[in-house]
Write a protein that binds this ligand. Structure first.
Ligand SMILES: *[C@@H]1O[C@H](CO)[C@@H](O)[C@H](O)[C@H]1NC(C)=O
Ligand SMILES: *[C@@H]1O[C@H](CO)[C@@H](O)[C@H](O)[C@H]1NC(C)=O
Ligand SMILES: *[C@@H]1O[C@H](CO)[C@@H](O)[C@H](O)[C@H]1NC(C)=O
Ligand SMILES: *[C@@H]1O[C@H](CO)[C@@H](O)[C@H](O)[C@H]1NC(C)=O
Ligand SMILES: *[C@@H]1O[C@H](CO)[C@@H](O)[C@H](O)[C@H]1NC(C)=O
Ligand SMILES: *[C@@H]1O[C@H](CO)[C@@H](O)[C@H](O)[C@H]1NC(C)=O
Ligand SMILES: *[C@@H]1O[C@H](CO)[C@@H](O)[C@H](O)[C@H]1NC(C)=O
Ligand SMILES: *[C@@H]1O[C@H](CO)[C@@H](O)[C@H](O)[C@H]1NC(C)=O
Ligand SMILES: *[C@@H]1O[C@H](CO)[C@@H](O)[C@H](O)[C@H]1NC(C)=O
Ligand SMILES: *[C@@H]1O[C@H](CO)[C@@H](O)[C@H](O)[C@H]1NC(C)=O
Length: 857
């Protein structure tokens, strides 16, 4: 894939200072409309954010021609049943009519949840949508789009030019090119908006009048901040998402929030509706080190459709500095300088004053490269006081083309994702092994969908709820000796074939390093740099970009481990950005080498801080916090995406610690996407590590996310007892920690086996809660085990019990909102044991031949 073949131009077009925005309140009250329709729903209702949705019938030109239907399955990632669980289905062309003001621009938001409606298969649905003379969607397949983006539902967000007639027709038409095709819609919003797209001149090129176009919102991000729900927007019911999934490469910068004594003061030419206060109060900056900042660009990458012009709107608000020439930076759009020497204080005249800047760029059609790059870099030549850059918010809008069209092609699901689904649906346990492929959060190519994924919504809601701590630590991790996650040389023969199996999204987000860079960064793979060894090869400590510390995992050329595991890890990790998941920076595929580059984790693995090492002992509170962090990472994997991701190799060596002791789950080479729709498990060959393996998974070779819960239960006891999951040198009944801890817990003598360093330092209430949680995780049957969300809740509670044994009062509502599916589970105690070395990677036959002591149950 050639990332350099993108041709484009990019030009500044309107200046913030002279922005002719028409304030909505300027027009009379009756001019503004707000229709929020739950389609095919006879009663309507409120959604998760409390917005009211009403039935759609009276807006239909001919209601008789349509069917109202209810989805047969409710995907757990839907934010609420309204408006997604009901749909209106059209088998022939049909129109909604709205009476609106001829003066105002309109938001038109379309909500789609591709699912099974009566006997209809969502894969058969292809249709077009037109409104006010513009083609919004064409040959649109909600199901393909959702699959490619691994989202359960899709929101398309448009801003239409004022309809001169005072009527807006929205017409749905099934595609004539597909037999049995139908159109459907779950929710429609038609809402008046001010003209936030003033007319402007495109400097240096041709004139561009955004006011004369309709637009589609591609991305709307609260940079360095959190998810902002529609009803917390500043009056325009927009949804803002976290920017971190779009960050490119290693350099995340740091996030910051305005001090409470800073008030955001909107100047008269930036009305509050341009963006809410929360967008301007939070920001991402490059970081404190001028040397590092000079050497990198803070970069975001977005998938867009080719052959369209885009407006990239930058929202800025300086709240950390107050003088001119303190922070001056260059803005690049698609590798072209859009703005040299941006100085926010010079623009806004004061701190706490929002400004925004729009740049236009045309993205030409170059196969495979439909990307929009946004980058910031300090203007070194201006000699500012600080070499740094800042961004508070970012919006990307697509302008209609000269035919009034806004529709792009359906994104293409990555081949790996498709294969993973096929495997899930059709394969027998044997053949599934051949397809060691995982879609994960693999995304398809051209992400024409608006706003991010459900992933983001859930992840950042949770972040909002539980993780107010905010700033991302930039310490990173080495992947210490762990099970196979690399590649064999067999299928990769050189640079040109590299990453051909990666989705373009993964390839875009993930940096491609040269072998020369890898050699340089590791002193030519010097033994002195080795920080871990595993079946796949070695892990080196290294440096890239001059000073960025990284962990470099290099496949052993003789390793037989599959190229798929290498790709799996790239596909998974390139899309997963979470405080508690290890971050992949990039990869190198060259000369038969397969190398993965991760952020460096200064404090290594959890295990080395528990036993068999001379590292200082962790306090009980530290251990609890680490367990909570790891639980959050796993909870995110299980519920954060449409496709449940099952880690399959949860153990203390796969929980890494950064320099601030933040826990990060690592090693996704074995991960699988989980069950979907009516399936309840994934059939697979047993893999994982002894001592942590779910007994039910052994017996039935069926993988569910509860297998991770089991392994995590072992991790919890390991943290409490500070001994290995398996220790063959102990008496038989004590070999397996899971067995032994459960026995002790049953007999009420658990205290006797806890880490002597902890004795007397754990409150009895906390110990009880913790042990009870770990015990439930080890329930013999998956169904009886708590969900990861439940585990998280209980550990948080245990932490409270440790800190305030008497007055512990967890904010139940807060946590409940976070954890949508809480299955309180029955207590069931049983025993299981498996004895072998615990770091081995196993296949089924090995598993059974190694099972020494399979006790009855
Ligand atoms: C911008 O430059 C990077 C390399 O620095 C390249 O990978 C990418 O494709 C370029 N983007 C565009 C849109 O040309
Ligand atoms: C809106 O913001 C307020 C205050 O920040 C917060 O309490 C509330 O939960 C938010 N509402 C939604 C729907 O996110
Ligand atoms: C839905 O249609 C797709 C494509 O035609 C097909 O592969 C799939 O099996 C169908 N699903 C069901 C449940 O009929
Ligand atoms: C809207 O649709 C109705 C019925 O299909 C039609 O009579 C009317 O002219 C249309 N209005 C516009 C502005 O297209
Ligand atoms: C639709 O079905 C008819 C007959 O069933 C077939 O002749 C025609 O080629 C099909 N069209 C498409 C687009 O698949
Ligand atoms: C806000 O308070 C911090 C210390 O709490 C201080 O350093 C800063 O100057 C204050 N900012 C303003 C605008 O008063
Ligand atoms: C973009 O436009 C060119 C020239 O008009 C055309 O050949 C190409 O197919 C278009 N690409 C897409 C994705 O529409
Ligand atoms: C930052 O991006 C610009 C435009 O793509 C490029 O010219 C420059 O070399 C980049 N700087 C660094 C340090 O990567
Ligand atoms: C969008 O459509 C309008 C009306 O059809 C047209 O005047 C305008 O030029 C189009 N915008 C672009 C960027 O082509
Ligand atoms: C419609 O979309 C499907 C799936 O993306 C694609 O295979 C098909 O070729 C498209 N049809 C037309 C007429 O563009």
């Amino acid at each position: 894939m050639n990332l350099d073949s993108h041709v484009l131009f990019c030009l500044v077009f309107f200046s913030f200072v002279v922005n002719p925005v028409h304030v909505l309140s300027g027009s009379s009250e009756s001019d503004s409309v707000s229709f929020i329709l739950s389609c095919g729903d006879s009663s309507g209702g409120a959604d998760a954010d409390g917005r009211k949705w009403v039935p759609d019938t009276k807006f239909l030109a001919s209601p008789g021609k349509s069917i109202s239907a209810t989805a047969q399955l409710q995907d757990p990632s839907l934010p609420s049943p309204v408006p997604y669980m009901s749909a209106r289905i059209f088998t022939s062309e049909s129109t909604y009519q709205f009476s609106v003001s001829p003066k105002n621009r309109l938001w038109v938001r379309l909500h789609f949840y591709p699912s099974f409606y009566s006997a209809l298969n969502a894969s058969d649905s292809f249709f077009s949508v037109t409104a006010g003379g513009f083609t919004l969607l064409n040959n649109f397949s909600a199901s393909t789009t959702a699959q490619a983006l691994t989202q359960a539902y899709i929101i398309k967000d448009f801003s239409l030019m004022p309809p001169e007639s005072g009527h807006l027709n929205i017409t749905f038409k099934p595609s004539p090119n597909h037999n049995g095709s139908y159109a459907f819609i779950n929710g429609i919003e038609v809402i008046s908006m001010p003209d936030i797209f003033g007319s402007a001149t495109m400097v240096g090129y041709s004139d561009l009048d955004a006011a004369g176009s309709s637009l589609q919102t591609m991305y709307r991000l609260n940079v360095g901040g959190q998810y902002i729900a529609a009803n917390n927007d500043s009056g325009l019911s927009r949804t803002w998402y976290d920017d971190s999934p779009y960050l490119y490469g290693a350099a995340f910068g740091v996030t910051s929030e305005a001090d409470s004594n800073v008030t955001i003061q909107y100047p008269s030419h930036v009305p509050e509706y341009i963006a809410p206060v929360d967008v301007y109060r939070t920001a991402r900056t490059m970081g404190p080190d001028p040397k590092i900042n000079q050497n990198y660009n803070l970069t975001w990458v977005f998938q867009v459709d080719a052959n369209f012009t885009y407006i990239v709107r930058f929202h800025f608000c300086e709240f950390l500095l107050s003088k001119i020439n303190q922070r001056v930076f260059d803005i690049y759009v698609n590798n072209q300088t859009a703005q040299p020497a941006a100085d926010l204080i010079a623009w806004a005249e004061s701190e706490g004053v929002p400004v925004y800047k729009d740049f236009a760029v045309f993205v030409k059609d170059e196969p495979g490269d439909e990307q929009l790059w946004v980058a910031l870099h300090p203007s070194v030549s201006m000699k500012p006081e600080f070499y740094d850059a800042i961004l508070n918010g970012l919006e990307i809008f697509k302008l209609n083309d000269s035919n009034g069209n806004l529709a792009g092609p359906n994104p293409v699901p990555s081949p790996m994702l498709v294969k993973a689904e096929e495997t899930r649906n059709f394969a027998s346990p044997e053949s599934s092994d051949n397809a060691q492929v995982i879609g994960g959060i693999a995304g398809g190519a051209a992400g024409l969908v608006v706003v991010v994924a459900v992933v983001a919504v859930i992840a950042f809601r949770r972040k909002k709820m539980l993780d107010r701590s905010g700033s991302r630590t930039s310490g990173w991790l080495p992947v210490h000796g762990s099970s196979g996650t690399t590649a064999s040389k067999s299928t990769i023969s050189g640079k040109s074939t590299a990453s051909s199996h990666l989705s373009s999204m993964a390839a875009a987000l993930c940096r491609h390093f040269t072998l020369a860079e890898m050699r340089h960064g590791t002193k030519n793979f010097d033994e002195s740099q080795v920080i871990g060894v595993g079946g796949f090869g070695k892990v080196y400590k290294g440096v890239v970009d001059g000073s960025t510390k990284v962990a470099i995992k290099r496949s052993n050329p003789s390793s037989e481990q599959g190229v798929h595991e290498f790709q799996t890890e790239i596909e998974m990790l390139s899309k997963l950005r979470h405080r508690h998941l290890v971050s992949l920076i990039g990869y190198c595929e060259e000369d038969n080498e397969m190398i993965l580059v991760y952020d460096y984790m200064a404090n290594g693995t959890l295990r080395e801080h528990l036993y068999k090492s001379d590292k200082p002992q962790l306090s009980w509170k530290q251990r609890l916090e680490i367990c909570i962090g790891a639980a959050r990472g796993l909870h995110y994997l299980h519920t954060g995406a449409k496709y449940t991701i099952i880690h399959r190799d949860v153990k203390t060596t796969n929980i890494l610690l950064d320099e601030k002791w933040v826990a990060k789950v690592s090693d996704f080479g074995l991960s699988k996407t989980g069950p979907e729709l009516n399936q309840t498990h994934v059939s697979t060959v047993v893999k994982g590590s002894f001592g942590y393996l779910d007994p039910e998974y052994f017996r039935r070779q069926q993988l569910t996310e509860k297998s991770d819960v089991y392994s995590f239960g072992v991790v919890l006891f390991e943290a409490l007892c500070a001994r290995p999951a398996l220790n063959p040198s102990l008496p038989k009944e004590q070999v397996s920690l899971a067995d032994w801890a459960l026995q002790c817990q049953k007999k009420g003598i658990l205290e006797e086996i806890i880490d002597p360093h902890l004795k007397g330092n754990i409150t009895p209430e906390c110990l009880m809660k913790f042990a009870e949680t770990a015990e439930k995780c080890l329930s013999d049957h998956g169904l009886e085990r708590p969900s990861m969300g439940d585990v998280l809740w209980n550990l948080e509670f245990a932490l409270q019990l440790q800190e305030k044994p008497q007055g512990a009062k967890i904010d139940v509502e807060k946590v409940n909102a976070d954890i949508n599916a809480m299955h309180r589970s029955m207590l069931s105690i049983d025993e299981e044991s498996a004895v072998s070395e615990d770091t081995e990677d196993l296949s089924t036959s090995e598993v059974f031949s190694h099972m020494v002591n399979p006790k009855g149950r």
